[in-house]
Design a protein around this ligand. Structure first.
Ligand SMILES: [Zn+2]
Length: 323
């Protein structure tokens, strides 16, 4: 990439915009265009991360690292220069496209009885939760046509992972949930792989901006677990999309003192419990208060509610959770 192309990329992607898209918020303004906040590169308890919005540069007084948006992407995602460039370009081109995808799939949801039936079977009944999570349905066979009509080249759709190499919609018969810079699709069919994401990072913790203010946070593995808890009135719930947290999600949980309730699946093979135990150890090292919620054998929070559990009963599980 030429010097000129690099400058162009940096002009297109302002550091502040990129930081904000990754959940960074300034704690205070030092002077015009100079913002101070917690450092996203390490667990930070006192704002030490300075951003010069005019020059699009950062410097951390805590860890001593600094630079431009490319340097930030390298450090933040733990990648080399060229990979950081690729991530930035992907990030830059994806949001408008994903926005279109999500609107189309949201329209499809109410046209497909099988999708609504599936949601009901997974305990999702309230229109509020469908609205809040912007749940949609990918029937298959409609996305490629729609997006090419809007002017997106087929090559772009393939690169984004929305269309397969052979030209078909990548998401077919799936209930879809937009997540930070990605799209999760749950298959309705028992024969297809159940979970699907677009290539690239799965992003941070689900809905973190709304949750981080709570002194007590419930962490679940799946979006269907999140949905039933949210529907039952729990607003301090977030989801890691799997029981292995990425570095970004881990840092988010450690960004201030809080209590985290781990409500992972109680699989009969014990993998959810093991994951919860090891995560609990690592979080405690960072001074986070952890409680492991013990669900009845073979249950996850979703099945707990689907099979008749209610908010009061789940609340009792939280109160009984072991340190
Ligand atoms: Zn730092």
């Amino acid at each position: 990439m030429s010097r000129q192309a690099l400058d162009e990329l940096k002009r297109q992607i302002r550091l502040l915009e990129y930081l904000q898209a990754h959940d960074w918020r300034p704690a205070r303004q030092l002077s015009r265009g100079r913002l101070m906040g917690l450092c996203p590169l390490h667990p930070d308890h006192r704002p030490s991360f300075l951003v010069d919005t005019g020059k699009s540069l950062f410097y951390c007084y805590g860890c001593g690292r600094g630079g431009d948006v490319i340097r930030f992407a390298e450090l933040y995602h733990h990648v080399k220069f060229t990979e950081a460039l690729a991530l930035l370009q992907q990030w830059h081109s994806r949001p408008p496209l994903l926005h279109q995808v999500v609107s189309l799939y949201r329209m499809q949801l109410h046209r497909h009885g099988e999708a609504i039936t599936y949601l009901h079977r997974r305990g999702i009944r309230s229109p509020e939760v469908v609205e809040h999570m912007r749940i949609g349905y990918a029937p298959g066979g409609c996305l490629r046509g729609w997006l090419t009509q809007l002017g997106y080249p087929l090559q772009t759709l393939r690169q984004a992972g929305l269309v397969t190499a052979s030209g078909y919609d990548a998401y077919t018969h799936r209930v879809v949930f937009p997540i930070e810079g990605n799209l999760y699709g749950r298959s309705l069919s028992a024969t297809a792989p159940p979970h699907r994401f677009l290539p690239g990072a799965k992003g941070g913790l689900y809905s973190w901006e709304e949750v981080r203010q709570y002194p007590e946070v419930i962490l679940v593995e799946g979006l269907f677990d999140y949905a039933v808890l949210w529907q039952a009135g729990f607003r301090n719930v977030t989801c890691s999309m799997g029981n292995h947290l990425n570095v970004h999600q881990y840092r988010q949980l450690c960004d201030r003192p809080r209590t985290v309730y781990l409500a992972f699946d109680a699989d009969t093979n014990g993998s959810g419990r093991q994951a919860a135990q090891s995560l609990a150890c690592r979080l405690r090292e960072q001074g986070v208060n952890v409680r492991i919620v013990s669900l009845p054998d073979g249950h996850d929070p979703n099945s707990f509610f689907v099979e008749g559990g209610d908010a009061r009963q789940f609340q009792s599980l939280l109160e009984a959770a072991r340190p």
